[in-house]
Design a protein around this ligand. Structure first.
Ligand code: HAM
Length: 420
């Protein structure tokens, strides 16, 4: 083997137990979203670059430094999606989904997203998100609370102790007042701050609050808080939303430094961490985005949503691997292929009944196949020799001699029905 080609930095190959855990995770999250009346949506992996520039925002790190831009084709410039919210909002406008009589629209999704970041644990260049977007012309607070409740429910369902941080960015008018106050506060010190912050002071001073440079932290900690600039209406909405969360028994931590890295947020923003593993960073985040649809050329329509980072969730669940279900049955044909038709029918029949069935290569020795059954966490092992079929219960080690008469029926009785 010469000249092996490696995967690009910041990407992963998923196989074996991690691929299994990934799929299980997506299924669990999907199921929970269905309980909230959400339906699946899928949008393209690449979009016109201007969608993200306008949607996510030109002053964000994501658009400024991290996009994967494809070589232009004709008059079009395309970018691999760095997130889903802009693409889904585009799809709602383009397909006139906003005209549905059944509002709010509720979507869930999962797939890869791309950001050219410095790779490290939990930070990849191609990563996967699972999320929801709820949209309505007049999106009520109870639907907004549902997005937060779903995120917290899902974390708990997975065995994570959620720490929910929440903040309120307010209306455009409150934010403009806050922005002016931040500029007044940071301007006298800006020469001592990092290069990114100098740039952010002009483009989006709120993002200074998100600065990762330790030397800038003392100044950031003393900065004015957004909650002091909310108008009466904003304050009332925020309190009503928090009251719903409290009624749902959802614990939260108010964090008036939480601004999130995307420009489209208005109103509430939130992030969820694993309380016992805060070093993993945000497992997911989201918020309300009431102006995005208009910015992208659609009608006045509000939205709220969140996305989990699936790789981060998997890291948080690192010890949950043993829960992955194995096989119901591993089969070995000691006739070495002479009975291939009969065995093909047996496997097929059992699979049609919802059982997880695999076969070892028919040249494998009995001992080797038993070890394989163990590695694949099979519950039962079935082998065929000249005397008939033998079924071994791998937990009790009991063996049943089955002959060929009514074999499927006997197997179903012993193994159990669907997903036993
Ligand atoms: P975000 O905070 O940029 O929000 O990303 C959501 C989650 O994706 C993060 O909390 C993190 O777990 C994961 N993530 C982000 N970047 C990376 C990376 N480079 N490697 C691994 N995981 C990563 C959004 O994307 C918004 N669209 C969420 C939203 C939906 N807001 C409203 N609706």
């Amino acid at each position: 083997m010469g000249n092996i080609i490696s995967k690009p930095r910041g990407t992963v190959d998923l196989f074996g137990i991690s691929a299994d855990r990934y799929q299980d995770l997506v299924l669990t999250l999907d199921r929970a979203a269905r309980c909230y009346g959400a339906l699946p949506i899928a949008v393209p992996t690449f979009e016109e670059s201007k969608l993200f520039k306008r949607g996510v925002g030109e002053s964000t790190d994501i658009v400024n430094k991290e996009t994967f831009d494809l070589a232009p084709k004709g008059d079009h410039s395309y970018t691999l999606r760095p997130e889903f919210t802009a693409g889904i909002t585009r799809a709602v406008i383009e397909n006139k989904l906003y005209a549905s009589p059944d509002l709010p629209l509720k979507f869930y999704y999962s797939g890869s997203a791309f950001r050219y970041e410095r790779p490290q644990a939990g930070r990849l260049r191609e990563f996967h998100q699972w999320g929801v977007e709820f949209l309505d012309a007049d999106l009520d607070l109870s639907t907004t609370a549902e997005a937060i409740a779903l995120m917290v429910d899902q974390a708990k369902m997975l065995g994570i102790k959620p720490q929910l941080k929440i903040n309120y960015l307010g209306s455009a008018a409150s934010r403009a007042r806050y922005r002016a106050a931040l500029v007044d506060y940071f301007e006298p010190h800006i020469d001592a701050m990092c290069e990114d912050c100098r740039h952010r002071l002009k483009t989006n001073p709120l993002r200074i609050l998100d600065c990762k440079v330790i030397a800038d932290h003392p100044l950031v900690e003393q900065a004015p808080a957004i909650t002091d600039f909310l108008d009466h209406e904003d304050q009332e909405s925020y309190h009503r939303l928090l009251a719903i969360l409290e009624a749902l028994g959802i614990e939260y931590l108010s964090d008036n430094r939480l601004v999130r890295g995307l420009d489209y947020y208005t109103g509430v923003v939130f992030e969820l961490c694993d309380e016992s593993q805060p070093e993993l960073g945000a497992l997911g985040g989201g918020g309300r985005y009431d102006g995005l649809m208009k910015t992208l050329g659609g009608p006045e329509f509000a939205g709220v949503g969140f996305s989990f980072g699936l790789e981060r969730l998997l890291l948080a669940l690192a010890d949950a691997g043993e829960k992955t279900p194995g096989l119901d049955l591993l089969l070995l044909d000691l006739s070495r292929g002479a009975e291939e038709r009969e065995l093909a029918v047996i496997k097929h029949d059992l699979r049609l009944r919802g059982l997880r069935v695999a076969a070892a290569n028919c040249h494998k020795a009995l001992g080797g196949a038993l070890k394989m059954a163990d590695r694949l966490k099979a519950r039962f092992f079935l082998f065929k020799d000249e005397s008939g079929y033998h079924l071994k219960d791998l937990s009790s080690r009991e063996q049943h001699e089955l002959g060929t008469e009514l074999l499927i029926e006997k197997l179903l009785v012993l193994i159990g029905g669907k997903n036993a």
